[in-house]
Design a protein around this ligand. Sequence first.
Ligand code: NAP
Length: 476
Amino acid sequence: MIKTKKDLFINGNWIKAKEYRYLTSPYSGEVIASIPIATEQEVNLAIESAERAREIMKEMPAYERAAILERLVNMFEKRSEEAVEIIALEAAKPITTARDEVARTIQTYKFAAEEAKRIHGETIPMDAAPGGRGRAAYTVRESIGVIGAITPFNFPMNLVAHKVGPAIAAGNPIVLKPASQTPLSSYFLAELLHDAGLPPGALNVITGTGKVIGDKLVTDPRVVAITFTGSPEVGTDIRNKAGLKRVTLELGSNAAVIVDKGVDLGNIIPRCVKGAFSFQGQVCISLQRIYVHEDIYNVFVEKFVEETKQLKIGNPLDPETDVSALISKKDVERTLNWIEEARQEGAEVITGGAAEGNILLPTVLLNVSSSMKVSCQEVFAPIVIINKVQSTKEAFELVNHSRYGLQAGIYTENIHTALDAAERLHVGGVMINDIPTFRVDHMPYGGVKESGIGREGIKYAVEEMTEMKLIVFNRN
Ligand code: NAP
């Protein structure tokens, strides 16, 4: 067991805080570390040091920014098992899933290193307008300034990489506030980036309460952009306070897949089970709603439940474990209440529906109406609903009947249905013949409606973290 004391990482130094708190394992409840709680003064210090690093980062040539990120990739590769253990311990992420996250984190930083070298503008054909004759023009993309990054608990390495990677690639300093349950991953990153030669102040990591640090980052005029991944409630609060700052919000969803008649269920069932229960369903594009054509509904449910019952629950550090503890006791209580409420309103709990300690058993619900919380809100737990539909058209309406719109999936052999889905589903990304949970780290990723604003995926995040400037030469 790791038992360690962390300090705040400000201006390239480890700074003692006035107060510390114990971090406990969501699985065993054991103390795993002592974590500093930053006050507003320390947040101020972090912003100040980022502001000082602004010019250094702005002036740093692209090849040097890329080289820092390449060195970071090498260090991550060397110390990947340490990173895996940190995630498994602080987030109760099953170790095999934690290993996938570290592999993806390395990819994300590789993409960032590559992207650092191709940030450029375009030439503008000025003579397309009569008044533009005799003028030459081009655009450049400039770094934007100090970025405030606020991240959630569920991918403590890779979702941080999606902010820190593009910020460095684009030449911006950053103040990072990780989720209170998963600070160790960010402090580990600070250590690596320091050794990789990132200038002091270009990355500052501060931990403490979301409200104190969040409010300061969001309202301080020296922070010019906020990049947030987390719940829609906090995201909305940030947007309301951020004024004219640039804001990227990657929020929640109740992602759905449609299963059309005539598909081969052989590969689809295990894929859907993975999409629903991976990391206990605590994934923003976790599969929460499945709409199956009536012709294959009974077979689908039978096979899905059979496959679900094969999942092994237990200690996140055991490589055999598929499903472990939810992030907090409060979430176990909340989800049990939602299941009970659905049961009382007529839903059928076909498997799961109970908890063992902090582990909610993988739960499958049938006959769920779209107004029940397990359908219309984000469950963020190993709960999935399977409902029968008469047509894909009906399924499109059900998928779209949601506050959220991150990604959706459809399995179909019919090209016309696939094209209809691509056109009609109101989400940030449509996965044809896959679950909505599919993501690789360079694709544009983000949502519509209450799932957020803006896109991540390194190239797209770099766009959010740079400012376009136009230069016009008058040759008349
Ligand atoms: P959360 O409760 O919203 O917390 C996210 C971050 O915001 C944490 O660092 C939290 O700090 C901080 N925070 C809390 N209150 C704040 C405030 N008033 N001002 C500023 N920051 C504040 O979310 P979570 O439970 O960690 O993560 C789960 C949510 O993230 C789900 O809704 C999930 O769908 C979403 N998510 C979205 C994506 C995506 O890419 N779209 C990816 C992953 C997760 P504390 O931890 O200290 O409270």
